[in-house]
Ligand binder design. Sequence first.
Ligand SMILES: [Zn+2]
Length: 229
Amino acid sequence: MKVTSEQAKQLLTDQLSVWESARDNYKALEAVQVKELTVEGCTVKIQFNPARIVSSAAKVDTQSLKERKCFLCAENRPEVQEGLPDGSYTWLINPFPIFPEHFTIPVNEHLPQLIEKRFGDMLRLAHAAEHYVLFYNGPKCGASAPDHAHFQAGNKGFLPLEKELKKYRRIPIRTEKSARLSQVEDYICPFFLIEAESEETAEKLFVKLYNALELKEGEPEPMMNILTW
Ligand SMILES: [Zn+2]
């Protein structure tokens, strides 16, 4: 089964009707303070969101991970939490949201957060859930569960970059049929961009990019965050 945007949204509605603390956190999100700044021509949204401290301050060192029960493994999830199966993944609502609609999509086994073999899955998930932006935080790049592979999804229309992408100049690097890999340097945090009409060509370009990225000593993969829509 492929989870669509409508099914994900329904899961959120259903869960918020029975899960009080998650409902409180989504309610609190409506009242968080947001400040918008323009930095070198780019819009930056700063969110003061105290409910996030549980997630953003999660200890991710090896010892702490060993001592805590993994909150993405099915057997350790709160009883009230339900999931939508999607192949080898499960959609869950994120009880500590940043987005007005925020999901965590863990793989069904306790396997480490690594992107190399899962980028195609990310594209497939994003393709089916077209109202959402999927994101990946590398094990050393913000993932609060680096020991359990997962993506996150948030509703479109929320991230400034999504709206502003068109205005940035692309420096071409490579093409694969009609797909393009380019570099965007004008953004506050320069990034690589893959634009493609098919998952196959996007994946081919990703593999080339992945293999060209610097791998620091002792790291399982090049450090990265990925957004996909
Ligand atoms: Zn786990």
